[in-house]
Design a protein around this ligand. Structure first.
Ligand SMILES: Cc1cc2nc3c(=O)[nH]c(=O)nc-3n(C[C@H](O)[C@H](O)[C@H](O)COP(=O)(O)O)c2cc1C
Length: 379
């Protein structure tokens, strides 16, 4: 069967990955209603078309943080990325470079930030999880600076590790414990198992050195045990003072928080609920983006993620007030289903759908998509 949409990639991803890996990729917090709402909230919105517009030439490019990007979205930071697809993180970065968009490496990624910058150059942004050990945070910021990253994305929506029922039920831990169930999972998913065995079990390449320094031997739980519950606005200010280039805060939902981040000197924010992975009852970012836009004013960069599964979703996010989007699970379904070659396909599908959406509603570029406010809410 031909792959026509991102949704077509979910079932093959589920077949190819062992159950506990697919659950790590897809699982949300609580009853997962928030995760589902992130997607369904997009479906509540309609786009009012204008007809008899010459749409033959369409331009999807946009400027953000001093760069002209070919498309208005980036690949989201994904912890433990290569668990879902050996070589996936590098393939995603290469596909992003080829497509002319940014790609964001997670602190909990499986490629060292120095290597990632060699692959993705100026397209690479780094996402920071603030550690409860200041030395680790400071060293990560210094390494990011030394390596020449232009954009540091600080994720702030993990005040503590989430309770994700699927991971609890699966007893998911990054140090795999041999059990009959695990052996069965590996044997019954040979494509994934062989690829993972030949590439080697992925490691937290950015954090390894600190694990030694802090005397931690277990990879399991290391990253979540590092998250600082005391991280607050003061601490963010200290990072702002230390990091001289573009600083983006990821994981805000309240308009007042976005205003505060702007006033503190941040260069942009990601309106996100972490793909519904932290708490069930958070609003979907698409439900709050207009209010945030009204509060921060027309010029302040707003990026939106959580629930984006199509180019039409991206068009709706931009029409509602975002400047840019991040693609999380949409990309991970693709590389999980098809291996590294899925990265390029995911970006092609999203770009083509976005371009066709603009044409169908009589818009030729993103400025004119936003200015004409074509949104009609179904509610
Ligand atoms: C498997 C997985 C791992 C993730 N790891 C991180 C991470 O390390 N850092 C981070 O800031 N966000 C992380 N996120 C959240 C994404 O960056 C993004 O906010 C989210 O996936 C967007 O929602 P969507 O998956 O519905 O598109 C992760 C998401 C998933 C699905």
């Amino acid at each position: 069967m031909n792959i026509a949409t991102i949704s077509d990639l979910r079932a093959p991803a589920k077949r190819r990955l062992p159950g506990f890996v697919f659950d790590y990729l897809e699982g949300g917090a609580g009853m997962e209603t928030g995760m589902r709402r992130n997607v369904s909230a997009f479906d509540e919105i309609r786009l009012l078309p204008r007809m008899l517009v010459n749409i033959e030439k369409r331009d999807l490019s946009t400027t953000l943080f001093g760069h002209r990007w070919a498309l208005p979205f980036a690949t989201a930071p994904i912890g433990f990325c290569n668990l879902m697809c050996p070589g996936g993180e590098e393939a995603i970065a290469r596909a992003a470079v080829e497509a002319g968009i940014p790609c964001i490496l997670s602190t909990a990624g499986t490629t060292a930030l120095e290597d990632y910058a060699r692959i993705a150059g100026q397209n690479a942004w780094f996402q920071l999880y603030v550690s409860r050990f200041d030395e680790i945070t400071n060293d990560l910021v210094e390494r990011t600076d030394r390596t020449g990253y232009e954009v540091l994305v600080v994720t702030v929506d993990i005040p503590l590790a989430a309770r994700r029922p699927r991971d609890i039920r699966n007893n998911f831990s990054v140090a795999l414990k041999i059990s009959p169930k695990l052996v069965w999972e590996l044997v019954s998913h040979p494509t994934w198992s062989l690829a993972t065995l030949s590439a080697g079990i992925p490691k937290f390449e950015n954090m390894e050195r600190y694990m030694k320094a802090t005397g931690t031997k277990q990879v399991a739980g290391f990253v979540s045990s590092q998250v600082s519950g005391s991280f607050d606005w003061e601490a963010l200010k200290r990072i702002r003072d230390r990091w001289k280039r573009r600083l983006v805060v990821k994981g805000l939902l309240a308009a007042d928080d976005a205003v505060r981040a702007r006033d503190l000197g941040c260069d942009g924010v990601v309106i996100s609920n972490h793909g519904g992975r932290q708490l069930d009852s958070l609003p979907a970012p698409i439900e709050v983006i207009s209010e945030v836009r009204a509060a921060v004013g027309p010029k302040f960069p707003l990026i939106l993620d959580s629930g984006i599964r199509s180019g039409e979703h991206i068009a709706k996010a931009l029409a509602a007030g975002a400047d840019f989007c991040l693609i999380g699970r949409a990309m991970m379904y693709a590389v999980s289903a098809l291996g590294p070659k899925g990265a390029k396909l995911a970006l092609e599908i999203l770009g083509d759908e976005l371009s066709r959406t603009l044409a169908q509603i009589g818009r030729t570029d993103l400025a004119n998509l936003k200015a004409a406010a074509p949104i009609v809410s179904a509610r």
